[in-house]
Write a protein that binds this ligand. Structure first.
Ligand SMILES: *[C@@H]1O[C@H](CO)[C@@H](O)[C@H](O)[C@H]1NC(C)=O
Ligand SMILES: *[C@@H]1O[C@H](CO)[C@@H](O)[C@H](O)[C@H]1NC(C)=O
Ligand SMILES: *[C@@H]1O[C@H](CO)[C@@H](O)[C@H](O)[C@H]1NC(C)=O
Ligand SMILES: *[C@@H]1O[C@H](CO)[C@@H](O)[C@H](O)[C@H]1NC(C)=O
Ligand SMILES: *[C@@H]1O[C@H](CO)[C@@H](O)[C@H](O)[C@H]1NC(C)=O
Ligand SMILES: *[C@@H]1O[C@H](CO)[C@@H](O)[C@H](O)[C@H]1NC(C)=O
Ligand SMILES: *[C@@H]1O[C@H](CO)[C@@H](O)[C@H](O)[C@H]1NC(C)=O
Ligand SMILES: *[C@@H]1O[C@H](CO)[C@@H](O)[C@H](O)[C@H]1NC(C)=O
Ligand SMILES: *[C@@H]1O[C@H](CO)[C@@H](O)[C@H](O)[C@H]1NC(C)=O
Ligand SMILES: *[C@@H]1O[C@H](CO)[C@@H](O)[C@H](O)[C@H]1NC(C)=O
Length: 826
């Protein structure tokens, strides 16, 4: 899911963060800067030291900086008051209510999710009965300048000097609490709170002899129908293998109206959903003997049972020390991050930090819950990933980046998508909290699995993917009308009948919110292109023709008569009788003066587009931009219109439909202008601060987009084509350890002076020519996975300061269907 409209958010939530500084610790940034500097002369740098997990923890980035391994199901982070969907925010005026083991990163449900099983260290000078157990009573500010994080590690210090630290495995982790000397450590553990107040019943059991608390319950989805529940469990081991001794223990319940009850010595809670509404707070409370300054707590999590949560902690952590687990987590991150190596000495330090922080987040999610399936997925033999929200966000750049260097992980996630078709009939569009989430575009999974297929069909079998199953899943999405397309994919019956999704259409066999007809048509058409690509690969000629035709349905919502700001022709929603239903293309753009207009999933979104204006979505036909250029009136008008799109402020860096617009100039034969635009976009919207993302990271959609921008590439989803731009680094290597190949891209004539918002005139920054393993590339505007990253070797991009000479694809434009592009599978 993308942004809420900025105006709506700001109305609801006063911006406090920019008024006060104080988190994270300034030492953290100093440490990163020093590591980057020192790495200039190292051959095998510690890439984890370049990562700033706090990027995107302010300005609604919704990034979770918690301790995690790559694709970890456990993400240990504190949960703060205020707007904090991923638990943590930098804003030092917000208070901590505890640290909890499950989180999502970069997902924008405003109430948040996965704050389940929070634990909060307390000092209770008045003893057990005086402990502050309820959410409001226990919340506490942090000590200034103390928040710290690095891959696999997370730490905060409360203003009462209790330090909280965490490190993680896939489904478990260790928490270390350091108390002021001479204090008796108390802890409150929370059963009901999950952040969005969706507790639907659960139990808690304390085994005082084992020093173990088993806890679990049912909770609601953060981005899907409220009537569905998921289950989650945790296992807290309190004794550090016998080195610690419990003092008091018991349970508590509470509310905000005076209920604050504690049962010393009681060990069991069993509470159901509070049908009258509101959440009955509850949990455990315990303390330790002997005033230890350090308390170590082991935590396991599971989506199956509390016993499995305990087993996960035993098998993944066992009796390992905090340092052991942290070292292992760091090694896993180093392995991931070193798949992309750069010339650190020659690269501006901010670029290095942005790149590795982005690559880090691009392997942080989705959450690997293999072996932890529930509902229809229970016991599946496939891999299983939770938090696939949403495919509409991730198909454009996230999976293409994964495809470059991590086909094994990509294949596992594709397996999980295909399994969604096996178990539910359609591939998941959005999976949140192990539950179906709201559909955004249609079945964007089609573009994800087709991207896998076209890039890795030769290796599919060895990667565990059956291409016939993959194709079966695609055909189900493309042909079978689901009863509830709002969670299952596409309203495909009316789309097939009319060639677009009509507004106000009679649909007698499926339901969903009858909005977003324009953007749904555009996305369905591109999804059909994904199906077409796999049909071509598998030699299904009839399907190729059918889905090629359907991929051109984007044209059916093009209203050539609409004029806005002097530009003619815009996508519009359309009645079933063919008449267009006019909406001002400016509506729902940043230039829309009406800041109460509904633009997202609301029933009152009348605009015809999802989280976008027609100004923004009318660019969307990534497989057929050549024809779009014709519709818009030719190359010159197209370029003028793109310039206007940016200069007049219609572009939204943080919104997925805008992702490919900065490189749009390539298609109109002006590649140098794409280079200028990407520089501007990067330095206007991204930096190394917590506010350094243009909004919600969207499950690292933003992180992967930025990675491509910095590497000077742009992927066309569901194809093997990359557009070539100007790298922000003089040299980088991409390792693909499955294919056993490495590809080094050298940027000849690279000038660090060009790496800023506006390239100074006379600076080499524009692509003059490209060679691939010594041979001139057929085009300096694009190349193909099969010629480059599939075979590995050396690519040389020679830059020139002569922008005019470079601003031309020399009769070899990136491909489009209508000009004969994508004519055969590689
Ligand atoms: C790296 O090595 C070069 C040449 O040996 C030296 O001039 C430079 O100061 C070194 N840089 C760092 C950061 O150590
Ligand atoms: C919780 O209580 C319900 C009835 O209210 C009972 O069915 C269930 O078995 C109990 N669960 C546990 C774990 O005690
Ligand atoms: C997910 O977990 C399974 C089970 O441990 C493992 O085999 C697989 O490699 C993991 N995949 C990723 C991408 O983390
Ligand atoms: C595809 O479109 C072409 C041109 O409009 C048409 O001739 C052909 O019959 C269509 N094919 C299918 C399978 O719909
Ligand atoms: C098509 O339907 C719409 C909505 O009912 C109506 O406003 C419009 O006039 C109709 N167009 C034609 C050509 O009948
Ligand atoms: C803003 O949009 C809303 C929803 O479409 C509409 O009800 C309202 O009248 C509009 N306000 C103005 C000032 O146009
Ligand atoms: C745009 O320019 C390209 C390259 O010069 C040319 O092939 C194409 O026909 C032009 N498109 C239009 C619609 O004029
Ligand atoms: C690096 O980023 C920081 C934080 O955004 C900024 O203050 C600084 O100017 C940047 N440095 C360069 C050289 O761009
Ligand atoms: C890559 O190398 C490994 C180890 O040498 C080998 O097992 C594997 O088959 C190779 N993969 C490919 C795609 O060649
Ligand atoms: C690329 O451009 C450079 C600089 O003009 C030139 O020396 C080189 O021969 C060119 N290479 C190719 C393959 O055209």
């Amino acid at each position: 899911m993308a942004r809420l409209r900025a105006s709506t958010v700001i109305l609801l939530l006063p911006f406090l963060s920019t008024l006060t500084r104080g988190q994270p610790s300034p030492d953290q940034q100093k440490r990163i800067a020093a590591a980057i500097k020192a790495a200039a002369n190292q051959t095998n740098p510690d890439y984890t030291a370049f990562v700033n997990p706090f990027i995107g923890t302010d300005n609604f980035g919704d990034v979770c900086p918690g301790a995690s391994i790559p694709f970890g199901m456990a993400k240990f982070s504190t949960d703060l008051t205020g707007y904090a969907p991923a638990g943590y925010v930098t804003d030092p005026t917000q208070k901590i209510r505890g640290i909890s083991p499950l989180h999502d990163s970069g997902t924008g449900s405003s109430l948040g999710t996965y704050g389940n099983f929070e634990i909060m260290p307390l000092l209770c000078p008045g003893g057990f009965t005086t402990c502050t157990t309820t959410l409001d009573a226990r919340e506490r500010l942090r000590k200034r300048n103390t928040d710290d994080a690095s891959p696999g590690y997370f730490s905060q210090t409360l203003n009462n000097d209790i330090k909280i630290e965490a490190t993680a495995t896939r489904r478990a982790g260790l928490e270390r609490f350091t108390f002021p000397t001479g204090s008796k450590p108390y802890f409150v553990l929370d059963l009901a709170n999950d952040l969005p107040n969706s507790f639907a019943g659960g139990t808690l059991d304390i085994d005082p002899v084992k020093g173990r608390v088993k806890i679990g319950g049912r909770y609601g989805s953060s981005f899907g129908p409220g009537r569905f529940n998921y289950q989650a469990f945790a296992c807290y081991d309190l004794l550090d293998g016998g080195k610690q001794k419990l003092s008091e223990y018991g349970v508590w319940t509470g509310d905000t109206f005076g209920l604050d009850a504690k049962g010393l010595g009681q060990t069991h809670l069993n509470l159901t959903l509070n049908l009258i509404g509101g959440v009955y707070q509850s949990g455990a409370l315990f303390s330790y003997d002997g005033q230890p300054t350090v308390v170590n707590i082991r935590v396991g999590v599971s989506f199956k049972s509390a016993d499995q949560a305990c087993a996960n902690a035993e098998s993944e952590v066992g009796s390992s020390s905090f340092e052991d687990i942290l070292t292992k987590a760091k090694a896993l991150w180093q392995e991931k991050l070193s798949k992309v190596e750069i010339d650190v000495a020659g690269t501006p330090p901010n670029v290095t930090e942005m790149l590795y922080s982005s690559l880090y987040r691009a392997s942080l999610t989705p959450n690997n819950a293999t072996g932890e399936e529930q509902g229809v997925f229970e016991g599946t033999s496939s891999f299983y990933f939770d938090s696939l929200y949403c495919s509409w966000d991730t198909f454009r750049t996230f999976y293409p980046l994964l495809a470059l260097h991590s086909p094994v992980e990509f294949a596992q996630i594709v397996d999980s998508y295909i399994d969604g078709w096996r178990k539910n009939g359609w591939m998941p569009e959005c999976r949140a909290n192990n539950l179906p989430g709201w559909t955004q575009g249609g079945s964007s999974a089609d573009n994800i699995v087709s991207h896998f297929a076209v890039n890795y069909h030769n290796e599919a079998g060895r990667l565990g993917i059956n291409l016939d199953d993959l194709y079966g899943a695609l055909l189900a999405d493309g042909e079978l009308n689901p009863p509830e397309w709002n969670i299952q994919g596409r309203q495909v019956n009316v789309y097939k009948q009319f060639g677009y999704v009509p507004f106000a259409v009679l649909d007698v066999s499926s339901t969903g919110r009858q909005t977003r007809e324009g953007s749904r048509t555009l996305e369905y058409a591109f999804e059909d292109f994904g199906i077409r690509q796999v049909a071509q690969l598998l030699g299904k000629a009839d399907d190729v023709e059918k889905y090629t035709n359907r991929s051109l349905f984007y044209r059916n919502v093009w209203d050539p008569s609409v004029v806005s700001d002097g530009f003619k022709g815009f996508s519009q929603k359309r009645f079933s009788n063919g008449t267009f239903a006019f909406n001002n293309p400016v509506d729902c753009s940043p230039n829309d003066k009406n800041d109460t207009r509904a633009c997202s999933l609301q029933g009152s979104n009348e605009n015809g587009f999802y989280e976008s204006s027609s100004w923004e979505y009318s660019w969307f036909a990534p497989h057929d931009t050549a024809h779009l250029i014709e519709l818009m009136g030719g190359n010159a008008t197209f370029v003028k219109r793109l310039d206007h799109f940016f200069d007049a402020g219609y572009y939204l860096a943080g919104n997925e439909p805008s992702f490919q617009t900065p490189i749009g100039y390539h298609y109109a034969n002006h590649p140098a202008q794409s280079v200028d635009r990407v520089r501007e976009v990067v330095f206007t919207n991204f930096d190394i601060t917590p506010a350094g993302l243009p909004g919600n990271d969207d499950q690292a959609a933003m992180a992967s987009l930025l990675s491509f921008h910095l590497l000077g590439l742009y992927p066309v989803p569901s194809t093997t084509q990359f557009l070539i731009l100007s790298p922000f680094t003089p040299k980088y290597t991409i390792h693909n350890s499955f294919l056993n190949v490495s590809t080094t891209i050298t940027t000849l004539n690279y000038d660090a002076k060009s790496v800023q918002k506006t390239i100074p005139p006379g600076t080499a920054a524009y692509v003059q020519n490209v060679t691939i393993n010594g041979q001139p590339s057929a085009s300096r505007c694009h190349f193909d996975f099969y010629d480059v990253f599939r075979v590995g070797g050396e690519v040389v991009i020679t830059l020139t300061a002569d922008k005019t000479a470079a601003d031309d694809c020399q009769n070899n434009l990136p491909e489009s269907i209508s000009t004969g592009g994508f004519a055969k599978a590689r």
